[in-house]
Design a protein around this ligand. Structure first.
Ligand SMILES: [Zn+2]
Length: 199
């Protein structure tokens, strides 16, 4: 399924990758951004996992509102470490366990992290789950592929600039987990094929 999708997209050499269906902040009832941030320009795409088990019981929009409320207050991380108040959800796009895609923090504002890399310039895409404990399933793979390909076209990001969180914070995090790290080369290949004048 994925390979068929990628092949058919890659054949359309001159057309940009299409925007996948993305739920907007209005759709899920987002609160406003609560801190003022200096806008940034997107130069790279970085993939994360949420690091917590996929929640198949809670509705997608409710989950996003919960994540935003937690993000926008001082709280504790799963590790017990304190986190400060953030402007919004730390990521720009969220892919749920069924492959649904939602806009989170406005992409013109830099994200947030609990690790020490500089998030300015990064488009942050998070996949629901902790891998490989959860299954990085076909719907999630398809949506991650579509989201990153669309962003790579929109912001003129080369294949080499599509990475996982752990590439920037080695020793600090296993995010986004082996299942996703092993999938990233497929995304890079799709971008390279698309950009190559030889097809
Ligand atoms: Zn991460």
């Amino acid at each position: 399924m994925i390979s068929v999708l990628v092949a058919s997209i890659a054949l359309a050499q001159d057309k940009p990758f299409p925007q996948p269906r993305i739920y907007s902040r209005e759709d899920w009832g987002a609160n406003k951004v609560v801190l003022e941030l200096e806008p940034h320009k997107i130069t790279t795409i970085t993939v994360h996992h949420t690091g917590v088990k996929q929640d198949k019981a809670r509705a997608f929009f409710s989950k996003l509102r919960g994540l935003q409320a937690w993000s926008q207050r001082e709280d504790e991380l799963a590790s017990g470490k304190k986190k400060p108040q953030w402007a919004d959800i730390p990521y720009h796009y969220y892919i749920d366990w069924q492959g649904g895609i939602a806009e989170c923090r406005p992409i013109n504002l830099p994200g947030d992290t609990n690790t020490s890399y500089d998030v300015r310039g990064h488009a942050l895409v998070v996949v629901e789950g902790t891998f490989p404990d959860d299954e990085f399933n076909a719907d999630q793979q398809k949506s991650l592929m579509a989201t990153v390909l669309w962003l790579s076209d929109k912001y003129h990001i080369s294949a080499e600039k599509v990475k996982g969180h752990m590439d920037y914070a080695p020793g600090e995090t296993d995010c986004p987990g082996t299942s996703i790290m092993e999938f990233l080369p497929k995304i890079r290949d799709a971008i390279k094929k698309h950009k190559s004048p030889m097809g």
